[in-house]
Design a protein around this ligand. Structure first.
Ligand SMILES: [Zn+2]
Length: 132
């Protein structure tokens, strides 16, 4: 495998992104721990006013749903970060998974765990239209 960093010949310092990924990972792990810890007491609150009960249950279910959605999102991001960290270890960080070109610096600034360049991402999004 050819590991060229930067197509235009410029050497890019990816260590700052590595740092940000590490930080992002520990933050995400922490948040997931918190979400998991908060899930416990749910269901214990059986009593309540007889009138507000149904409403309360509905909002609890909604809360739970929201929390699960958030947890799923965090987990996905965590997986992306892990993947990007793995690429960094392998020396392929910053390269597009699809076409092998260097991913735009601006894009990495905004999303250090990006694994596709803008063009491939746009194509993928277009292909997957309607899927989400
Ligand atoms: Zn690409």
């Amino acid at each position: 495998m050819i590991m060229s960093v930067g197509v235009i010949g410029e050497m890019v310092d990816y260590s700052k992104f590595y740092q940000r990924l590490k930080e992002g990972k520990s933050q995400l792990t922490e948040r997931l721990e918190q979400l998991r810890a908060r899930r416990q007491p749910l269901g214990e609150r059986r009593e309540g006013s007889p009138f507000g009960k149904r409403e309360e249950e509905a909002s609890e279910a909604f809360e739970l749903e929201k929390r699960l959605a958030l947890e799923k999102k965090l987990r996905n991001t965590l997986a992306e970060i892990d993947y990007a960290l793995g690429k960094y270890e392998a020396g392929t960080y910053g390269l597009c998974d699809s076409c092998g070109q260097a991913i735009e610096q601006d894009r990495l600034e905004a999303l250090p765990q990006a694994n596709l360049c803008l063009r491939c991402k746009a194509r993928q999004t277009k292909d997957a239209k309607g899927a989400r």
